[in-house]
Ligand binder design. Structure first.
Ligand code: SF4
Length: 412
């Protein structure tokens, strides 16, 4: 099932590059810009939040060279799921969002158990694609952890098993790649890869493209990063190596009152839908994994995925402006920059991510739990030290102010 919903309209759409839309800012990135050349409508049409008038199929894309097509929208499940009957999972399934992304650490087994129950309810394991992850940092631990995943999910295989949230390129050394090979051969997972929230994502992607043995990568990718030449080249390298690319953190949210500096206006999409559309405009990305923690959000995201309308240059321009005006609140997770400026002793990217959960997603309890799980010494900081960290931050974040806010909201 290709993206047939879009094909018929393409001849009517004017093709422009994202550079022309002011998205790519690096002139030497023309090859990448061509890959990002997307159909962007130049005309104005009428509608508000996009809702398809008639049922449409969920578009699918190839996941790298796996030979498998997956829906362009997947359901992230780190939120609390209803263990008896989860309305969001059922709605998503009905609408073609058959990709479920979970992890051993999500709810410490609660996500797995709710998915196991859901599979019983739909009556056929094969109708869903299940990705799970382990945060273990040894090959043996990864091999052992898959059995826990399978036991909790009550299934005998995963579709994709990921090393969870890695930020160290050593996790792509031979021993880990061989562990992936063993797991594939054992039939416990069809495919193997990793996820990364932060650290040096470019380095991780480039190494993955080089070493082989990685089928898919789930990484942070959103409208704020389109001008990042190094990241674009690394995505290109993975794409050429046949690695399936999955995007997360696509909302790149900042607090609502800050986001309002740009009164996003569109006749087709809500701001959230436009953010998704901007990522789907990059056809190197197979799917967006979105944590849809309400029926309302799920409906909105599904409507965007199924919509035949593509994002317009003018809408991309507004996203670009939003990125520029709110940069100092949006941490990209590039902790190798700021944390190494303070000798790796202070946790910066993680507390800022938890602050985002608190301020933007209304996940106060989860944010506090995660913050308080950080070692005490990593939470301590000296304001003077943090000036060095801010000096290297590409987003120009006032790290001392934001960490102070994190501490006041999340420590107690
Ligand atoms: S604070 Fe700045 S340098 Fe540090 S991870 Fe966030 S964006 Fe990167």
């Amino acid at each position: 099932m290709e993206e047939k919903n879009n094909i018929g309209r393409r001849s009517f759409l004017k093709t422009v590059t994202l550079t022309a839309a002011g998205i790519l800012t690096t002139s030497s990135c023309s090859e990448t810009a061509n890959k990002l050349s997307k159909t962007v409508e130049s005309s104005t049409e009428t509608a508000t939040a996009e809702q398809p008038a008639e049922p449409l199929a969920m578009p699918v894309r190839e996941l790298g060279k796996t030979g498998v097509k997956i829906p362009i929208l997947g359901l992230g499940t780190s939120q609390s799921l209803d263990p008896v009957y989860d309305k969001v999972m059922h709605l998503c399934f009905k609408e073609g969002v058959t990709y479920l992304d979970t992890a051993l650490s999500y709810g410490w087994g609660a996500s797995h158990r709710a998915i196991a129950n859901f599979i019983k309810q739909i009556g056929d394991r094969k109708k869903v694609w299940i990705t799970s992850k382990s945060g273990n940092r040894t090959p043996e631990g990864l091999i052992a952890d898959i059995d826990k995943c399978l036991a909790e999910l009550q299934t005998d295989y995963l579709d994709l098993y990921l090393m969870h949230g890695i930020d160290d390129v050593d996790m792509l050394d031979k021993a880990f790649i061989e562990a992936g090979d063993r797991l594939r051969k054992s039939g416990k997972t069809r495919f193997f890869g990793f996820s990364c929230h932060g650290g040096d994502v470019v380095k991780l992607l480039n190494k993955a493209a080089e070493v082989g043995g990685i089928d898919a990568i789930l990484f942070r990718y959103n409208f704020r990063q389109y001008g990042d030449r190094e990241l674009n080249l690394a995505i290109d390298a993975c794409s050429k190596a046949g690695i399936g690319l999955l995007a997360m953190k696509t909302m790149a949210s900042v607090p609502g009152d800050i986001e309002k500096v740009v009164e996003f206006r569109s006749q087709n999409f809500t701001l959230g839908q436009a953010k998704l559309k901007s990522v789907w405009a990059d056809t190197r990305i197979a799917s967006i994994i979105s944590e849809m923690d309400s029926v309302k959000i799920a409906r909105e995201n599904i409507a965007a995925a199924k919509s035949q309308k593509t994002i317009k240059a003018e809408e991309m321009h507004q996203l670009n402006r939003l990125a520029a005006l709110t940069a100092s609140y949006a941490c990209n997770g590039c902790s190798h920059l700021c944390e190494s400026a303070v000798n790796g002793k202070i946790a910066i990217a993680d507390p800022l991510r938890y602050l985002m959960y608190y301020e933007c997603y209304g996940k106060q309890a989860r944010a506090r739990e995660l913050y308080q799980a950080l070692p005490l010494e990593a939470r301590n900081f000296d304001i003077e030290d943090l000036k060095k960290a801010s000096a290297v931050c590409p987003q120009k974040i006032d790290i001392a102010a934001r960490l102070s806010k994190a501490r006041s909201l999340l420590a107690g």
